[in-house]
Design a protein around this ligand. Sequence first.
Ligand code: AMP
Length: 270
Amino acid sequence: MIIFKSINKLNKEVDFKANIGFVPTMGSLHNGHIYLIKSSKKYCKKTLVSIFINPSQFNKKKDLKRYPRNLLKDIKILKRLKVDYLLTPRVGEIYQNKKDRKIQLNKNDKIMCSLFRPGHFEGVLAVINQFLKKIKPKSIFLGEKDYQQLFLINKLIKKKFNVKVIPCKNIRDINNIALSSRNILLNKKDLNKSSFVATLLLNFKKRLKKNLLFRNQIPNIKKIICEIKDIKLEYLEIRNKKNLTKKFTKNNFKIFISYYNKKVRLIDNF
Ligand code: AMP
């Protein structure tokens, strides 16, 4: 694996005319990331992984400071997976101007996480925009775990770039919790609570698939979640999985949740 600390160097040494798959991450790699990487390795000739903790997507300084960092362990994992290239750029190389740090959202897109984390997606879109302006992969691999993020990046790419978006399924652990780098910040008891929430919603989804009338149970489900100690619900919503509107049928809905488990903010979808 070749490690590039600068995009300039990467561009000099990598032939982007070849079929290159790009997997952007913020590191602290887990099996969710590994699934994306394996998908890229399957469909592309070469795989480029980036590890870049993007400051402009953190709306709270404390959250950025606390975000887990495990570069040496990550490099070991990537070498084991036989990844071709790792990119670990500096903030100054990604953002040369202040205006590069945010891309504004449409009014319609200000739903769910964009309401609860103002400026977050503006920063996510900005970093993807900067990456794709500077490097030219054929495909980009993104996880459905961050479904709203995937939706917004898809829109950005359709408008501006000639890159294929490959969505990859949300990977869970055996307790049904969606894998996330932030899970490291939870103890066993906290994880049990998140496992309970995920299992509750997986079962709720099964019921909804049989009969949408079960949506009337949303207030009850919310109540059950809110009564768990140290869990603070931000939103629990059912939306159309194609356009994220509230018009959906039995065949095209998804359940979206965001909540705090103690101080750790978690999102998931089912
Ligand atoms: P992150 O490092 O959290 O910014 O995530 C980098 C990429 O990995 C994003 O495309 C995420 O959607 C994806 N990802 C994170 N967690 C999972 C998961 N549990 N399953 C699938 N993809 C994931």
